[in-house]
Design a protein around this ligand. Structure first.
Ligand code: FES
Ligand code: FES
Length: 156
């Protein structure tokens, strides 16, 4: 076991990990941040997307040790400082972008990453960007609508 330390949602977090411990296991099992989900064992579903040093990453494809010293943001870090939902989270609620909600943390984290670099994505661009995020419930239509609404709100 070795010790790993990273900044998660603005707070320093440390834990003991094995060489094979994945970032998603570190976040969920040692830090209790269970909003980051595991939906597959093939790195296909995107339920585990977090941001590492500002980039969207599937937390099941990265070892915890590789995130040593990194700035990590999980879905728990996406709410506003007063605890209210962020613009993207609110848009998913308002536009029925979730049903069971299992994929939603990863969808929100991917959407946030997309909107950082593309403030006004087309429907096609959103659908292409979400190729790595699988939703088993919604048929994607309302997810796309939610992201378009969030983009419009963020543009003001
Ligand atoms: S759990 Fe990471 S892609 Fe499915
Ligand atoms: S809302 Fe159920 S998997 Fe996406």
């Amino acid at each position: 076991m070795t010790s790993v330390t990273m900044t998660v949602n603005g707070k320093k977090m440390s834990g003991e990990v094995e060489g094979r411990t994945l970032l998603v296991q570190f976040l969920r099992d040692t830090q209790g941040l269970t909003g980051t989900h595991v939906g597959c064992d093939t790195s296909q579903c995107g339920a585990c997307v977090v941001h590492v040093d500002g980039l969207a990453v599937k937390a099941c494809t990265m070892l915890a040790q590789e995130a040593e010293g990194a700035q990590v943001t999980t879905i728990e870090g996406m709410a506003n400082a007063d605890g209210s939902l962020s613009v993207i989270q609110q848009a998913f609620q308002d536009h029925h972008g979730l049903q069971c909600g299992f994929c939603t943390p990863g969808m929100v984290m991917s959407a946030a990453d997309l909107l950082k670099t593309n403030a006004d994505p087309s429907e096609t661009e959103i659908r292409e960007y979400l190729e790595g995020n699988i939703c088993r419930c919604t048929g994607y239509h309302n997810i796309v609508k939610s992201i378009q609404a969030a983009a419009a709100s963020l543009r003001g």
